[in-house]
Design a protein around this ligand. Structure first.
Ligand SMILES: NC(=O)c1ccc[n+]([C@@H]2O[C@H](COP(=O)([O-])OP(=O)(O)OC[C@H]3O[C@@H](n4cnc5c(N)ncnc54)[C@H](OP(=O)(O)O)[C@@H]3O)[C@@H](O)[C@H]2O)c1
Length: 272
């Protein structure tokens, strides 16, 4: 209800901008007349007009000036330039939401100059199918309505969680980079199936469904993963032999280090 009369300007109609627009429309979170998008490429502008029937423009100023919420979906390297170009036509009642990786709330506030409410969001690529994970961090001037609106938008692409900004590098290393780590695990387990004689497509289907089932068992039963693992592992059965090989190969330590390293790089990128 809170979004019923709001207009949302998406600045940057690239991969993430398009994913958000697609899901916001397909989930009926927003109507076509509530969305407007800008992109520097006129071919992208025509694409949004033709494919989605929404208003689109090559002018960031035109789309930003009348919107209630401005969603920044451009690369962080362009943040300063784009914000400078739109800020003169903005007003203090507009809500700014940025999905730019590594661009902090303090940097956004500094570039915006105006005392506007700002939210930083970190979605992930599973947003494309509505199974994304988005973490939101808010500046001090954010109120409950702002958070509800941001949650309403990102719930269209999956789950949403509000956290302190100090966790954003860890969030980047885990939920943003995480899908890539899981794809490697899926690929490797599927190779295991092939090694044991399964056709590759069957093997990939079996492991993907096993991952989906395991993930849902964790989220839907709220049981600790160790308890769920113990439940699969019968004394002197097959699983314990497989688990022994995982321990020998240092899987746990490797995964912990992978997240830690990705989070370290996220922090480093934020300073570049
Ligand atoms: N992709 C992800 O999974 C993901 C996840 C979390 C966060 N993010 C963040 O989301 C943001 C967008 O990522 P993306 O993958 O969607 O990038 P992208 O596909 O490159 O999208 C950015 C779009 O903005 C356009 N653009 C460039 N300069 C512009 C300007 N001055 N005004 C308006 N539009 C302009 C780009 O055109 P050109 O291509 O011609 O430059 C492109 O169409 C990034 O900040 C990224 O850190 C992405």
């Amino acid at each position: 209800m809170i979004m019923k009369e709001k207009t949302i300007a998406v600045i940057g109609g690239g991969k993430m901008g398009e994913t958000l627009i697609t899901r916001l429309l397909s989930t009926k979170t927003l109507r076509k007349d509530q969305l407007i998008v800008s992109d520097k490429n006129s071919s992208r502008v025509s694409y949004f007009q033709d494919q989605f029937g929404i208003r689109a423009s090559t002018s960031n100023v035109d789309v930003a000036k009348d919107a209630d919420i401005i969603l920044l979906c451009i690369k962080p390297q362009l943040a300063q330039e784009v914000i400078e170009s739109i800020r003169k036509s903005m007003n203090k009642d507009q809500l700014i939401i940025s999905i730019m990786a590594g661009f902090t709330l303090a940097q956004l506030k500094e570039a915006l100059v105006l005392p506007v409410p700002v939210i930083r969001a970190m979605p992930n690529t599973a947003s494309e199918i509505g199974a994304g994970m988005t973490v939101l961090a808010c500046c001090n001037s954010i109120n409950g309505d702002h958070i509800s609106m941001a949650e309403g938008l990102f719930n269209a692409v999956g789950k949403t969680l509000v956290l302190d900004e100090k966790y954003f590098d860890a969030v980047t290393g885990l939920s943003a980079s995480g899908p890539a780590f899981i794809y490697v695990i899926i690929e490797a387990l599927a190779e295991g199936g092939v090694k044991c004689g399964l056709p590759r497509d069957v093997s990939t289907t079996l492991v993907a469904q096993a991952c989906l089932g395991a993930a849902r068992m964790v989220t839907e039963t709220n049981r600790h993963p160790a308890i769920l693992k113990d439940h699969v592992t019968t004394p002197a059965g097959c699983t314990i032999d497989g688990l022994l090989k995982l321990e020998e190969g240092g899987l746990r330590v490797t995964l912990i280090k992978a997240v830690d390293e990705a989070a370290r790089r996220a922090k480093e990128l934020g300073r570049e």
